[in-house]
Design a protein around this ligand. Structure first.
Ligand code: NZQ
Ligand code: ZN
Length: 387
């Protein structure tokens, strides 16, 4: 078991109707609020109106139009400008992971006088950040319970993770009812994203029995509840369990004491959404079985056997190689059954830029240190197999 430190300073307020506590909670951080949101879903579900009604006594400035795969320019830069102009005291993020990630970058950059990109790339340290409160409307990323935000810079095809312990949300309001309207494709992508977060922690060299069981339970819950959410989008129990598993899946609590895996599938996917702006969870679903096939070796075989037997219930008396193959096939089949396109060509990605993307990933993601080390050639092969 490896040494570790753990601290998640975020207060979770979970369940039906919890938004009523918003004025009291937000008021602890200030009255001058930057309200951040995306392209209009919060208006369509009546959440925007509800927030405005609850916050009548607050001084609200708005940043709208934050896109999926949130952009440094204009969203982060505009948000920073608004914070400085209006002496914002607290950011209220209402939406999915993209809105929250963008808000985290704004929170740090608004308290920094140098080039904001230096802060996002980690060239300059984050010494201060505005507090963030969020109301989550999409279960997927776990951004509501971690200190990271993924930001895209269009002109360089960069998609990178800004991390600081100072940008963990102070409070996350999680009301599963606000996820009833998430469309099928985004629900499925959310399941794939959260499953992948767990797989990135499960496939590593040194694990514990507790962590393995925790991860296996999380994967099973996501598969069962994800399916139920697709069948009945207003199934409260399923939306609620899915939401909470997603929240736990990305803050490392499921792998405390495990060795680092290097998060290889995320490293590769960042190039796909960085170059082609595709939905993150879809990119991951496509990459996952191809990555699994690529890294399957005598050294990794026991992990695949454990995964196949404990998550998919594959007969443990079969040959280990057969269990591993079946586990990979069933991973693919599950994503396909959720309606996720399983080939890059289906999301508009051909072979043309694979060499360039493979180089970008090899140079920027450190995957030579991953659980199963990946060089540029390996990354290109995984991408090619995903076409
Ligand atoms: O923009 P609006 O109109 O709000 O619509 C959004 C968006 O089009 C819509 N939506 C959200 N809630 C809805 C809804 N539609 C109907 N009803 C609702 N209740 O869904 C679309 C996708 O939203 P987005 O926020 O982009 O999705 P998600 O939460 O999956 O976030 C994806 C982003 O998070 C990053 C990804 O890379 C990607 O940029 N990630 C962040 C992580 C983190 N901070 O820890 C970890 C992840 O690995 C991931 O990389
Ligand atoms: Zn992810």
């Amino acid at each position: 078991m490896q040494n570790f430190e753990y601290c998640t300073p975020t207060r979770i307020v979970f369940g039906k109707g919890v938004i009523e506590k918003l004025p009291e909670v937000l008021g602890q951080y200030g009255k001058k609020v930057l309200l951040t949101y995306g392209g209009g879903s919060i208006q369509r579900i009546g959440l925007y109106q509800k927030v405005k009604e609850l916050l009548q006594d607050f001084d609200i400035t708005e940043l709208s139009g934050i896109q999926p795969n949130p952009k440094y320019n204009p969203s982060v830069l505009e948000g920073v400008k608004l914070c400085k102009e209006h002496q914002i005291e607290v950011i209220l993020s209402v939406g999915g992971g993209s809105v929250l990630d963008c808000s985290k970058a704004i929170a740090g950059c608004a308290c920094f006088d140098g080039d904001p990109w230096d802060l996002i790339t980690g060239k300059a340290p984050t010494l201060k950040a505005l507090p963030i409160v969020d109301i989550l409307t999409l279960a997927a990323t776990g951004s509501e319970y971690d200190g990271g935000g993924v930001i895209s810079r269009t002109e360089t095809n960069d998609k990178l993770c800004y991390f600081s312990p100072l940008v963990f949300p102070k409070v996350s309001f999680l009301d599963p009812c606000y996820t009833f309207t998430v469309p099928k494709n985004q629900t499925a992508a959310g399941v794939a994203d959260a499953m992948n977060h767990i797989l990135e922690q499960y496939f590593c060299a040194d694990t514990t029995l507790m962590n393995d069981c925790f991860c296996e339970a999380g994967l099973k819950s996501l598969m069962v509840n994800g399916k139920a959410c697709l069948e009945n989008p207003e199934d409260y129990q399923a939306r609620a369990e899915m939401m909470f598993v997603c929240t736990l899946a990305c803050n490392n609590i499921m792998s405390l004491g495990n060795s680092e895996s290097g998060w290889p599938m995320h490293g590769i996917e960042h190039a796909l959404s960085g170059y082609y702006d595709i939905t993150h969870g879809v990119g991951l679903a496509i990459i996952t079985p191809r990555w699994m096939k690529h890294i399957l070796s005598p050294g990794t075989l026991p992990r695949f056997v454990k995964y196949g037997v404990n998550v998919f219930g594959i007969d443990p008396t079969l040959k280990p190689e057969t269990i591993a193959e079946k586990a990979i096939e069933q991973t693919y089949a599950f994503f396909e059954s959720m309606g996720i396109p399983m080939h890059l060509r289906e999301v508009g990605i051909g072979p043309e830029r694979i060499p360039e993307m493979a180089r970008h990933v090899a140079e920027n993601e450190g995957l030579e240190h991953a659980y199963a080390p990946l060089a540029e050639q390996d990354i290109a092969e995984i991408l090619t197999a995903s076409l």
